[in-house]
Ligand binder design. Structure first.
Ligand code: ADP
Length: 644
């Protein structure tokens, strides 16, 4: 603000004569004179606004005038101070100058002389303030322009982070380069990785490509832009080192800065003036370098985005073409992707299913069940006898992938095989019974030698084994076909008691110790008592069979939330690790089993089928030569309806 005529002239001396002289002299001239009594008052007045002039006494009622003059020169260096002294001496004058006082006076003084003194002091004060204001204006103008440059860079950075479309980002980059440097034209050249040349990627007011009629390209060996790429340093050209640039156009001034990603130059950002006789300076180089950094980030982002985009498109086209059905669901089970294989399998038309909930989109209750119970796989039975193996895989940060593999052919083969095995087994049973009957008769109809008796035992044992196999096969066939559907409340502790009773001779024969641990009031399960007792018999039977004499067998039942866990643990031969994955397969017998005992390899397959028919799970933990634990989990009875 320029000094106003109304800014006060403060008068503070210990001499009432001086005070009233100044007042009566200056007031009629229109000056705003404030006579103050003490330094404290003067300080308060300074807080209210800066004075135009201060007339101080050498001595003040509450302190030294010189000391206060020094204070004033700190607070308001542009305000002139006049000092009233009692006596003018060189020493006093020197002190006054050191304290920043403009002039001194003493009494007597003529009115017109004092007025002249005051006017002169005011003129000096006004000049000082005028100068200061001009300087401030220059300084703030610079600052303001730098702030607007920064603001523009800020906008550029926002536009880069908010946009993925590289063309619009580069267009903003070109505009910013031109606006910030006040250049006529800007250009962005990128290195073509294939040829090593530079090509024009974006520009503003720069129409070289049209002029040349072809794409604007240049080598990097003998060009200014090429030098920037080779050295990684900016180049500033102006009047003094003006050159004919290797693009056969002449410029008046030019700045080229490198675009770097991972410290490697990938291009050049340039601005130039061709007609405008305006030079660039280091500040422009710095600004353009900042713009180049942003442009490099934008290009890097766009390249990364386009890479992932291409990769995604490729993956999508692979997934779309695979024969198996693939369905990808998000965390809320909404469809993200479904391929033709899945549409064919589930007989879905080509309508857009993306973003629909799986339940509505897939229209399949078995998949819905699988998702609801968070299972890992299920067999999906479809129309016309088709069957799919549905596998559900949770994928973190994505959701779930369901793959559908057509197993109709295997099911058909399996059915044919089972039918065949069932028929054959059935047909074998009668002749086997006949053989056994006749073999038993042999001894009764006449005397036999010891050797003949031994042969008869062999025949009986073999027929017995075949009968067991046939029975197992028939059993398995029945369970797999789902014949024994009847379910009721089953008390597993009773089944365990019965099994121990049935097998007590075998236990005793092998000299095993058995310990059974069942919590009191074990809750029941819902199932088929005959099938479940087969599970218990089989597992206990195996523990006895595959444990060398004098072993230890534990049966343990536990309840965990709504499940029952049964453990059959032995100190037997164990199962070789490589055999573990196949142990529940039909006819599979572990490599260390052959010598142990006769068997068909069907027992565990039967057990697994039964457990799964009861919505349970079975698995084994085993250490070779130390023992095995078969674990069975069955859901507890929850008040299900009886089905016949
Ligand atoms: P089988 O006993 O008739 O051979 P299973 O289906 O009951 O048929 O068992 C398959 C195989 O699993 C057995 O041959 C044996 O190798 C192995 N096995 C089963 N139970 C045990 C066990 N408790 N300890 C060691 N191996 C076992």
């Amino acid at each position: 603000m320029p000094p106003s005529y109304h800014d006060p002239i403060l008068v503070l001396t210990a001499d009432p004569q001086v005070n009233s002289l100044v007042e009566t002299l200056l007031q009629p001239e229109g000056f705003n004179v404030r006579v103050l009594g003490q330094i404290a008052e003067a300080r308060k007045a300074l807080n209210e606004g800066l004075p135009r002039l201060v007339i101080l006494g050498e001595k003040l009622p509450d302190g030294s005038g010189l000391a206060f003059a020094r204070e004033l020169s700190d607070i308001t260096p542009t305000t002139p101070v006049l000092l009233f002294v009692y006596q003018e001496s060189t020493a006093v004058l020197k002190q006054a100058i050191q304290a920043g006082v403009l002039d001194t006076f003493f009494l007597p003084i003529r009115g017109e002389d004092l007025l002249k003194l005051v006017r002169n002091a005011l003129a000096i004060g006004d000049r000082r303030r005028g100068w200061m204001q001009k300087e401030t204006r220059i300084a703030t103008a610079n600052l303001r322009s730098q702030m607007s440059d920064l603001e523009m860079l800020g906008q550029l950075s926002r536009s880069i982070t908010s946009q993925l479309d590289i063309d619009s980002v580069l267009s903003t980059v070109m505009d910013t380069a031109v606006s910030l440097t006040g250049a006529e034209e800007s250009s962005l050249l990128l290195v073509d990785e294939a040829t090593g040349e530079l090509y024009l990627r974006a520009s503003r007011n720069f129409d070289k490509s049209k002029e040349q009629g072809t794409e604007f390209r240049m080598g990097i060996e003998d060009t200014v832009a090429g030098t920037v790429i080779r050295t990684g340093q900016p180049i500033l050209l102006d009047e003094e080192n003006l050159k004919k640039i290797k693009t056969d156009y002449l410029v008046y001034s030019l700045v080229y800065v490198p675009l770097k990603t991972h410290d490697k130059p990938i291009g050049v950002l340039g601005v130039d003036n061709r007609n405008l006789k305006k030079p660039f300076n280091d500040y422009h180089v710095r600004l353009l370098s900042a713009v180049a950094d942003f442009a490099a980030i934008a290009i890097q982002n766009a390249r990364a985005f386009s890479n992932t985009d291409t990769e995604r498109a490729r993956l999508e086209s692979i997934l779309a073409k695979v024969q198996d059905g693939v369905i990808i669901l998000d965390a809320e089970n909404k469809v993200i992707f479904i391929n033709q294989g899945a549409r064919d399998a589930l007989s879905l038309d080509n309508s857009d299913l993306v973003n629909l909930p799986a339940e509505t989109a897939l229209k399949n209750s078995q998949i819905k069940d699988l998702l609801e119970r968070n299972g890992s796989r299920a067999e999906i039975n479809l129309e016309e006898g088709r069957a799919m193996d549905a596998q559900l895989t949770p994928i973190s940060d994505v959701g779930t992938v369901i793959t559908l593999h057509d197993i109709s052919m295997f099911k058909e083969l399996d059915r044919a095989k089972s039918d065949f095995v069932n028929t054959v087994s059935h047909d074998l049973r009668t002749p086997l019974t006949t053989i056994l009957g006749y073999v038993e008769l042999v001894e009764r109809v006449g005397p036999v030698t010891d050797l003949q008796r031994e042969y008869i035992r062999h025949v009986q044992m073999s027929v017995h084994n075949i009968t067991n196999l046939v029975n197992d096969l028939l059993n398995l066939g029945r369970i797999e076909a789902g014949f024994d559907k009847h379910k009721e409340i089953v008390h597993i502790d009773q089944l365990i008691g019965e099994a121990c009773e049935t097998l007590k001779d075998q236990l005793a024969y092998k000299g095993h110790r058995l310990s059974v641990e069942i919590p009191p009031n074990l809750p029941p399960v819902w199932g088929n008592p005959i099938l479940l007792s087969q599970v218990v018999d089989n597992l206990l039977g195996n523990s006895i069979k595959y444990t060398p004499p004098g072993g230890q067998i534990f049966i343990r039942a536990e309840v965990e939330s709504d499940q029952m866990i049964l453990k059959f643990k032995d100190t037997g031969v164990g199962i070789p690790p490589m055999d573990l994955p196949f142990i529940f397969d039909k006819f599979f017998r572990a490599s260390n089993a052959a010598g142990e005992a006769a068997g068909t390899g069907l027992g565990l397959a039967i057990v697994k089928s039964i457990v799964e028919n009861h919505y349970g799970r079975i698995w084994v933990d085993s250490v070779l030569s130390q023992g095995s634990t078969f674990n069975v989990v069955l859901p507890l009875y929850e008040g299900q309806e009886e089905e016949k």
